[in-house]
Every structure is written in C-alpha cells, then in structure tokens.
Design a protein around this ligand. Sequence first.
Ligand code: UDP
Length: 328
Amino acid sequence: MKKVLITGAAGFLGSHLCDRFIKQGYSVIAMDNLITGNLSNIEHLFPNKHFEFFHHDVTKFVHVPGKLDYILHFASPASPIDYLKIPIQTLKVGAMGTHNLLGLAKAKNARILVASTSEVYGDPEVHPQPESYKGHVNPVGPRGVYDEAKRYMEAITMAYHTYHGLETRIVRIFNTYGPRMRLNDGRVLPAFIGQALRDEDLTIFGDGSQTRSFCYVDDLIEGIYRLLLSDCSDPVNIGNPDEITIKEFAEEIVKLTGKNNKVVYKPLPKDDPMQRQPNIDKARKLLDWSPKVDRAHGLQITYDYFKSLPKEELYRKEHNTFEGYVRK
Ligand code: UDP
C-alpha cells in the first residue's frame, strides 16, 4: 500500500485530497495545525484504519515514522483576508514549511508535490497566463507575503530537484471553489453566498470589472492527481479558463439563490489583480486533463453545501482559530 503525507489536510483542498487518496487505496497521513483548517472537513475519515491525523505545524521539524511514497504540501493560508491577518505564518509555511517537507522527502526518498498559485503571476500583464509568464508582483504590497512565499516555494523546490535529484512537482492553482470552503474566509464565492443566505447586500469590490476564472474542486483534484503521477517537474497551471467579471459573478449568485439581494460597491483592495485566466495548454497536453464541471453545476453543488450548514455557521466570525495565536 502506498503511503502519502498531506499537509493542510483539514483545509478546503487538503480535505478533498485526503478523500481522493483514500478512495484510490492509499494510506493517508494528514497533517494540519488547524489555524485556518477545520477538523469537521476530515472527521468522516477518522474511523478509516488507513487514515491518521497529526496535529502539527510544518514550520517546525516534521517527523513521520516509517516509509513515505508521496508528500503533498497544501498547508498555507490561502485567502487574502487570512494572509493579511497572519502574514508571518503565511511566509513561514511557504518558506520554512516547504524546506522541512523537502528535507523529509529527501530522507524518505519520496516524491513531493507543492501547491503553488496563480498569485505567482501577480497582477498579470499577459493574458491568459501561461507557465512561461514570469509575473508582475509587488513584494511589499499586502499580497506580497503570499505571492513571494509561493515564489520562494517554487525556487527551493526546483533547487532540491536540480541539486539533490529529488522528484518534485509544482502545481499552480487558479481560483477554485466547492464544498468545504470556509464561509468567512473573505473569498468572493463564500462571501457572496453567505451574504445571500443572510439576506445582506452583496459587496462588490471596485466596479466589478475585474475577472476571475473559477474551477470546481473535483476538476482541480483530478488535475493534481494526474500531475503527481506524471513525470513533469516544471510548474503546471491547473484551473478552469472560463472567465467571468466579478459583477457578472454576483448576478449569477443572486439568480442561483433566488433571492433579491442588492449589490453594493466597496473600494478595490490594493494590488487586487484586474484579470486572471489560466492557459492550460500544458495540462491538456502533458496530463490529458481539462475541467469537466461547468460553473452552473458546480455552483449549485456548492450552494447546496452552504445551505446545509447549521444556521449559526452563517453568523460565525471565525473557524478553528487558536486564541492567542492569531492576533486580532
Ligand atoms: N471580491 C468582491 N467582493 C467580496 C470578496 C471579493 O468583489 O466580498 C473580489 C475581490 O476584490 C477580487 C475577486 O472578488 O477581485 C476575487 O477575490 P478572492 O478573494 O476570492 O480571490 P483572489 O482571486 O483575489 O485571490
């Protein structure tokens, strides 16, 4: 039985990866410090004898007993609100956390896949963004802590590959949505759906002409799975090229919820990218992968998930934050 370590396992993507690897017959070691993750995302896996959870912060030395075949490093705050709130931890998990996991991969002779992001392209001047685009990032802006941590992560991962011959994979993840997103993490989809369910106005930042391209989580997980098993050590974009303005997106959410929410306009946050769409030619060619779930279907599943949550979740300000650890 192959054994995989998944960091950030209690988070949105980490928990879906745990499900996928258990389903594929792997033994899964899940690791999370629960700063932004939530155990309820993986508690259904606890009875499984091939699933083990370690409550651990990967910026500290990481020890895993026995053999290890694969590591998937998905631990990181990943929403603009989170990394504004915990900027130092965001930098540390991308830099020191990645270094620890590369060291572990080397010691265990394991293959490691690291979760990078479209944020390495910053506010892009090339559209859509191919992997060859080197980016337009402000290192000292509010997003710098995330963007630069992920750029460093890519650099050190590539250095372990070239210097130590480690088997490495780098996925650049574009905006992804689906069940288990945190309702209050500030990202646009849970923000809009939460506002709709609470009968509040939907808050559009800027004039809503900025674009994003949203990928349903199952498609993303399939792409990551294929990349891990491929022989491609260069970065690969995984995302859905179906691009939409944030204003149109708000209209879709209002239609989906069948409510009559108004939209209100708020100032655009600093360095908020104006456009984003992945060029996925490489994933199509090397992984024979492309997204299958259209937005109408994916949004319906996601809306049904948020609707099924206990009502108090809708009004909860934070999930699983450790008092004293996160400075308000
Ligand atoms: N956004 C918005 N209203 C909100 C939350 C976000 O208009 O309540 C905008 C945000 O300014 C950005 C886009 O939606 O242009 C996507 O934001 P998100 O935080 O989901 O992710 P990003 O792609 O910016 O990292």
